[in-house]
Design a protein around this ligand. Structure first.
Ligand code: ZN
Length: 392
């Protein structure tokens, strides 16, 4: 394969212009084929048996190299968000990564894209860059000029980092499960302050926020006069007293209760903290860390990372309580799309509308920069500047 690099494309048009695809394709394939010097030629895995051990690892280092070339490099494979449509697709046409090379469905996604993405997720989300890079280099050092099998890769990544990754290898390399986590339920709780004035105002607001009853709305005009309105002598304590009124006695009793508490307990009552009891559902099968972002009403953002071990009992749901200093206006699960969650519509609280567009008229171009099959973006830009000159 890689000596064939000399036959790879990358030629411009006769007028000197070229498509982005031509340019990126040429640079990418050079980076890729040079990478094969290391995987599998030096770290000499068996290509015929395990395609992913050379193509997957090489696609991963290709990803890193492309980003060192250009921060905005349009890398095709390796980021979590780009693997979602493949992993969430028809499972009858998806093989586990740990499948012999002769028997793989969707060769490119299976042996290049998914393992490269898995390594990126280990690096960014599961292990962290420092531990991952150390372990990955250690694998390369240990197995240079030797013949590693998959178990050698899995074992070295674990013992060089001392991170237990069994769950990750099992899910990502031995199954066709995908990631689909959901915010199943969010319960927002605040502490009862034991202060009668505060609690009474809270109860009053809650009562006023109740939706109006349809019958009462219609009765407002339908019943022209009630007996109580017609005859004031029917009034008593219950019709004339504000049910949320705070009595002096309420305050005295509250002070007595507070008197029996220590300063820590009183501080907790007055902290104004918010408690969010969140139930997460694993819909896709793959267990992953929970990355939960709270956006508070003061604009501050809090990010919590819960390790994948929270799923260790393999329950379909897990529930955890988070504490925030002020109320949250938005909660997002995996806000940076780093777990390859295939359905983000159930990852937000409150639910987030996702606007999309449909075209009434069929568009000629779906390529970037408005290019078409007959005209590349450089040619189109030239034609456009000629148009501007005419208008001048
Ligand atoms: Zn390759």
């Amino acid at each position: 394969e890689y000596p064939m690099i000399c036959f790879n494309g990358g030629r411009p048009e006769a007028d000197g212009t070229y498509t982005e695809r031509t340019k990126i394709g040429m640079i990418s394939v050079i980076i890729h084929e040079v990478g094969h010097n290391f995987f599998p030629m030096i770290i000499n895995s068996d290509e015929r048996q395990w395609t992913w051990m050379d193509e997957g690892l090489n696609t991963f280092v290709q990803y890193l190299t492309e980003k060192e070339f250009d921060r905005n490099y349009p890398t095709r494979r390796g980021s979590a968000r780009d693997i979602r449509s493949y992993m969430g697709g028809d499972k009858s046409r998806i093989s586990p990564i740990m499948t012999n090379s002769e028997s793989i469905y969707q060769f490119g996604n299976n042996a290049y894209g998914k393992p490269a993405t898995a390594l990126n997720i280990l690096r960014e989300t599961v292990m962290g860059r420092e531990l991952f890079d150390y372990a990955f280099k250690e694998y390369s050092r240990r197995w240079a000029f030797r013949h590693p099998s998959p178990a050698d890769f899995f074992r070295t990544m674990e013992d060089a980092s001392s991170v237990d990754l069994d769950w990750f290898w099992r899910g990502w390399f031995y199954t066709t499960d995908h990631v689909d986590m959901a915010l199943d339920q969010v319960r927002w709780l605040q502490i009862d302050t034991q202060d009668p004035d505060v609690e009474s105002a809270f109860d009053r607001a809650a009562s006023e926020n109740e939706p109006a009853d349809v019958s009462l709305i219609r009765d407002a005009s339908y019943i022209t006069e009630t007996y109580l309105e017609a005859d004031p002598s029917l009034h008593d304590f219950y019709t004339t007293t504000d049910p949320f009124m705070v009595l002096e006695l309420d305050k005295v009793e509250s002070q007595e209760r507070l008197g029996k508490m220590n300063t820590e307990e009183i501080a907790l009552l007055q902290s104004g903290k918010n408690y969010y009891e969140i139930t997460f559902r694993n819909k896709g099968g793959l267990v992953m860390p929970l990355i939960v972002e709270f956006e508070l009403d003061n604009g501050e953002k809090l990010l919590h990372r819960i390790p994948a071990e929270i799923w260790k009992m393999s329950e379909p749901t897990v529930t955890k309580v988070f504490v925030t200093p002020t109320p949250a206006v938005r909660i997002a699960l995996d806000p940076m799309l780093e777990t390859a969650d295939v359905d983000m519509s159930d990852n937000y609280w409150p639910a987030r509308p996702e606007p999309s567009r449909f075209e009434i008229f069929k568009s000629e171009s779906e390529l970037r920069w408005g290019a078409t099959r007959d005209e590349n973006p450089m040619q189109r830009s030239q034609r456009s500047s000629e148009l501007e000159n005419v208008e001048d």
